[in-house]
Design a protein around this ligand. Sequence first.
Ligand code: K1U
Ligand code: ZN
Length: 167
Amino acid sequence: MALLPILQFPDPKLKLVAKPVEIFGADLEQICYDMLETMYESHGVGLAATQVDIQQRIFVMDLSDNKSQQKILINPVITQSSGEITWEEGCLSFPGIYAKVKRHSKITVEYCNLIGDKQTLEANELMAVCIQHEIDHLNGITFFDHLSSLKQSLIRRKLKKQYERNL
Ligand code: K1U
Ligand code: ZN
């Protein structure tokens, strides 16, 4: 297994729209296990392929605190959504930045597992937020795009200072 570098905002590759997975097999399995390892190493609860410069519709997720609920979602599609929730989100592509985003509180997502079988998952609260955040990444959208231009400017300024400090 390998750790994959995570693209950092404002990398333009974060805006690319990922393509559906068509071939299920050993290469796909390797990508998914590398993504899980990268997510755990970065202390995230989700990671989309777009964030590691792979333009395929894949994300991984584990909301447990002991690596016991790992999920791999391939070609995910939200088929039902309802309710509203505001969550203070983080993102592995925006280190140290947190901001409130409003999303659906309950969703149903259909996806394929590693061997291409169709699955359905109902999610609410944090899991629903995480799934919407990751599917946004696959569509080239980050949580930053949900914020007002004032909040976006403040974040740009904070990240610029952070990068300058790390030079
Ligand atoms: O996609 C990413 O950048 C990962 C991101 C996904 C996410 C999950 C839930 C809400 C918003 C965004 C994170 O893993 S955020 C950071 C995190 O580690 C965390 C979030 C909630 C609870 C516990 C940890
Ligand atoms: Zn993110």
